[in-house]
Design a protein around this ligand. Structure first.
Ligand code: SAM
Length: 282
């Protein structure tokens, strides 16, 4: 493995600090620094950005981000056992790594970040999906971040970038594609991780749009997609019945066949319908 910094190989770091992987923390580590540098490069230009890294673990991705020139990395880790290894990286990159100890779902990270910010993370899958939804639904748009580069279970990555008509197309695709340009930049086999998980993984890069792709009220859009994809086999005139009165007329006003199924509707269709429903409810 090529050296990307003067720090010890990650296997040695893990042995020296006794970082046996804990399942309950979703710990599947990336030990190949060439791979972590490649993930860092897929996040876009880092030189003028703070990078928020969630779940740095022993620091493989952190080292990739710093070696690739991130202005500053703010890394939040829940597992206190990882902190000494992370502090060692901070010493090797003076002033460029801030290590925070805590739960990324609970901490207020904003006081620690200076914009522009790119978020990069290899997180446990449940935490990753929860954070993704939070980052996509802030009180105000545009959000604090320019882009999100996140590792997911491959099946979740496919749901984020799915197109209408496909099995994977649903609420996550609508939400992500409405506000970002999302693409899969890399897929990884289980053996890329130590220990190997049971599933394949993929890195998704989401670049924020300055404004959502089509105008629509976020809450109305969320209600429509929850109802439509909650009963995806039903025609929309049935599945969307509870969302607004006279839904059939509203579907027709939005140019959508009432006999269509949610998975056949494009993001543009959903947004048009959200505007008709929103306008009718004042
Ligand atoms: N980034 C490292 C890598 O790529 O090798 C570690 C990845 S491992 C899949 C996930 C990391 O997230 C672990 O170090 C785990 O302790 C940490 N973690 C889990 N839940 C967390 C949370 N709620 N907040 C912050 N870190 C968390």
């Amino acid at each position: 493995m090529a050296m990307i910094d003067g720090l010890p190989p990650l296997r040695e770091v893990i042995a020296a600090h006794g970082l046996s992987a804990r399942k309950q923390l979703g710990q599947n580590f990336l030990l190949d620094l060439n791979l972590t540098a490649k993930i860092a490069r897929s996040a876009g230009s880092l030189a003028d950005c703070d990078v928020l890294e969630v779940g740095p673990g022993p620091g493989g991705l952190t080292r990739g981000l710093l070696a690739e020139g991130a202005r500053r990395v703010v890394a939040v880790e829940k597992d206190a056992r990882c902190l000494p290894a992370l502090h060692q990286i901070a010493e090797a990159y003076p002033g460029r790594l801030v290590v925070l100890h805590g739960d990324a779902l609970a901490l207020d990270l904003m006081p620690h970040l200076n914009g522009p910010v790119r978020v990069v993370a290899n997180l446990p899958y449940n935490v990753g999906t929860e954070l993704l939804i939070r980052w996509l639904t802030p009180a105000e748009w545009p959000p604090f971040w320019l882009s999100l580069t996140l590792m997911f279970q491959k099946e979740v990555a496919e749901r984020i970038v799915a197109r209408p008509g496909s099995k994977a197309y649903g609420r996550l695709a609508l939400l992500a594609q409405w506000r970002t340009q999302a693409r899969v930049v890399m897929t990884l086999p289980p053996e890329a991780f130590t220990p190997a998980p049971t599933v394949h993984s993929a890195v998704v890069h989401l670049a924020r749009r300055d404004a959502p792709l089509y105008p629509a009220d976020e809450k109305v859009l969320a209600r429509l997609s929850a109802a439509g994809f909650g009963q995806r086999r039903k025609m929309v005139r049935a599945s969307l019945k509870g969302v607004a009165p006279d839904i059939e007329a509203k579907l027709i006003a939005a140019g959508i066949a009432p006999t269509a199924r949610a998975e056949e509707l494009s993001l543009e269709d959903f947004c048009r319908l959200a505007r008709v429903v929103g306008a009718a409810s004042g």
